[in-house]
Ligand binder design. Structure first.
Ligand code: ATP
Ligand code: MG
Length: 448
């Protein structure tokens, strides 16, 4: 017996009182059995959308999927779909037509994996495909014939791997073999839908396992060929610290990425992809180099971001992180150089690029941190306390115009720039009195 929250119980009641059948179905049944908290409640019923709307006039009908959405309270959406069966699939994507079904059994038969094909009406669990057994075995298994199911809808190829990474499950042998066989069908699926599944894999509890599943099933060649090829690029060579090939290093970096942000995780996974195109081995010394791999890698992730139809912001972040991942943390750097680094990466991505550095180190088998890295983090903080741009100066254009008797114009800015330069180089302190005095002594003619 599963215990439903009271408002869900009374929701089921309001259908059952009118003589309709209604079940909690799919994800929430699976998650309840796993003892996980439920955020999305999905239901299947024999009531048609019109009948559902009669019961809940405040619901809204999504025509494309035949689903009625009802928000019970703030932030809690219930989605009710009339029992369906699916007609023929022609292009490994959409069923040609969706038909209403009479029974929950027909509805469960169209679902993808056994652990997603269970229903609960408040009294008993309907489990026609041994979903509970597979949950206990931690196994993702297709409902029915896997070849047929993946040919019907190729998005399921990625859903299997996404579920496995979210739940920490393995994919059952026949289902996995079938994914390998059908991998190429993923090319029928839009990049937006592939992206959504990929980002869910990255956000999951086991992102690096997910990427290895993609690789081992052959899906990665179609989704991220630039990464797939990295697994045959060696980097072990004399005088180098590397112990892994590039692909393994990247997956290990992802595994150790301390950030929960999916783009930062993706950047950890892709930061060295430029190495596949910059690989050189010196024949006489055996030394392997990857000169400018971050430059080449930057161009590659720009293309990847476009392919996945990333938002402008997502693209910017991914590109910046990859572009500047080679930053130095030497204590010999000047404050000016540290400031330039901050400006290049952007203040908002600083923590992310530090996370990326951590991933990179641990993903190469090195210790998580070093004194240089810790010192650099402190300096980033300190440098940011100092004036960072002209607008942080304790004097402004009005002071300049008053004291030097200047009219508004480019000269005012140039004076400020020159003063800022003195502050940045540490020649004068950023204090109002000090700067006003400095202004008094300023010779406008000294400006170039
Ligand atoms: P979550 O919402 O936690 O990601 P979920 O299992 O609810 O997991 P949804 O994408 O919301 O996933 O799908 C709801 C249900 O619809 C699934 O549990 C499954 O039964 C069914 N389903 C979703 N996509 C497919 C598909 N491509 N083929 C067959 N059945 C599917
Ligand atoms: Mg769901």
């Amino acid at each position: 017996m599963l215990t439903l929250p009271n408002d869900i119980k009374s929701f089921l009641d309001s259908f059952q009182k009118k003589g309709y059948k209604i079940y909690v179905v799919g994800g929430p049944v699976r998650d309840m059995l796993l003892g996980k908290p439920i955020t999305n409640w999905d239901f299947a019923t024999d009531a048609t959308p019109e009948k559902i709307l009669k019961l809940f006039p405040e619901g809204f009908y999504n025509n494309q999927f035949g689903t009625v959405g009802i928000s019970l309270q703030e932030g809690m959406l219930l989605e009710v779909t009339t029992f369906r069966k699916e007609g023929n699939y022609k292009d490994a994507r959409h069923p040609d037509k969706i038909e209403w079904a009479k029974t929950i059994e027909e509805d469960l038969a169209r679902r993808d994996f056994t652990i997603n094909a269970m229903a609960y009406d408040g009294k008993k669990i309907v489990d026609l495909y041994r979903g509970q057994e597979d949950l206990a075995k931690k196994s993702i298994r297709a409902v029915g014939d896997p070849d047929k199911r993946f040919s019907e809808d190729a998005l399921r190829l990625m859903r299997a791997i996404r579920l496995a990474s979210e739940l920490g499950f393995l994919i059952e042998d026949n289902t996995r073999t079938s994914i390998q066989k059908k991998a190429q069908l993923i090319t029928k699926i839009s990049w937006e839908r592939i992206r959504d599944e990929l980002l869910k894999i990255l956000a999951s509890a086991n992102p690096s396992e997910g990427i290895l599943f993609l690789r081992n099933t052959g899906l990665l060649t179609f989704i991220l060929p630039e990464l797939d090829i990295c697994f045959i690029i060696p980097q072990k060579s004399p005088k180098r610290h590397h112990i892994f090939d590039v692909g393994t290093h990247l997956v290990m970096s992802l595994k150790h990425c301390p950030s929960k942000d999916t783009i930062t995780r993706l950047a950890s996974l892709l930061h060295d992809i430029g190495k596949s195109k910059t690989f050189r081995r010196d024949e006489s010394t055996g030394l392997i180099t990857f000169y400018n791999h971050e430059v080449v890698g930057t161009q590659m992730v720009e293309k990847i971001a476009d392919r996945f139809r990333f938002s402008g912001k997502q693209k910017e972040k991914l590109v910046r992180l990859v572009q500047y991942h080679q930053f130095t943390v030497s204590e010999l750097q000047t404050d000016k150089a540290v400031r330039r680094f901050i400006r290049n990466v952007g203040k908002e991505y600083l923590l992310d690029i530090l996370d990326l550095r951590y991933s990179d180190r641990v993903g190469s088998g090195a210790a998580p941190t070093s004194w240089r890295y810790e010192l650099f983090k402190k300096r980033l903080d300190e440098v940011q306390k100092e004036p960072f741009s002209i607008s942080d100066l304790k004097i402004d254009g009005n002071d300049v115009m008053k004291i030097l008797q200047l009219k508004p114009g480019p000269q005012v800015g140039n004076v400020l720039k020159s003063i800022f330069n003195d502050v940045e180089e540490g020649r004068v302190k950023n204090e109002k009195e000090v700067l006003l005095k400095k202004l008094g002594e300023f010779k406008v003619s000294s400006l170039k």
